[in-house]
Design a binder for this molecule. Sequence first.
Ligand code: TIU
Length: 223
Amino acid sequence: MADTVTISAQPDDLALDLTTTALVIIDMQRDFLLPGGFGETLGNDVTQLQRVVGPLVELLAAARRAGMLVIHTREGHLPDLSDCPPAKLNRGAPSKRIGDPGAFGRILIRGEYGHDIIDELTPSDGEVVIDKPGKGAFYATDLGAILAEHGITQLLVTGVTTEVCVHTTTREANDRGYECVVVSDCVGSYFPEFQRVGLEMIAAQGGIFGWTAPSGELIAALT
Ligand code: TIU
């Protein structure tokens, strides 16, 4: 594996230093992905997210083989909901809100089965797991400090959902000086239109807050 590779990306090719790049996997949690879970109770089509799993399993395996820093995130809250602002808690129909009983335990509560990451992407020992109360992975977490400690300058951003937590995290990272490649087949939205436009927004205006690229070339570069 070469340390530096140039990948085909939108809006233009990007030189990646694989020694200072991390793979960030956002919120691949059962509550969002499994049939019967929180995402589906909100009326969403979870099959739109499940198509991400196969490519992301491949990219994660390649990143592990290459010894890349891997960071998983989980959106969720403390059991007493003290870290969930009322503006977030009171959103949506009662009985389908954060903290309510769901098919996989209390919805988006740390320690519950549904809050955890799907079996296919279980974090390995030594991989970082960031528990975040917000949509962005930098807000109220140690992510910035962990990336700085490892000398990371570029991020491969993956996970769900494209227009919500992936966008928020990418925007936060871009403002902090990280170059972000959002991996187009490894991010998913419940809404095909948001997936398409969400990816286009990142690369528009000369890459206003990042780049987009499919996983194939990245996996080859990591091998
Ligand atoms: N992880 C993440 O994107 N959280 C969400 O609530 N996304 C939705 O699209 N609902």
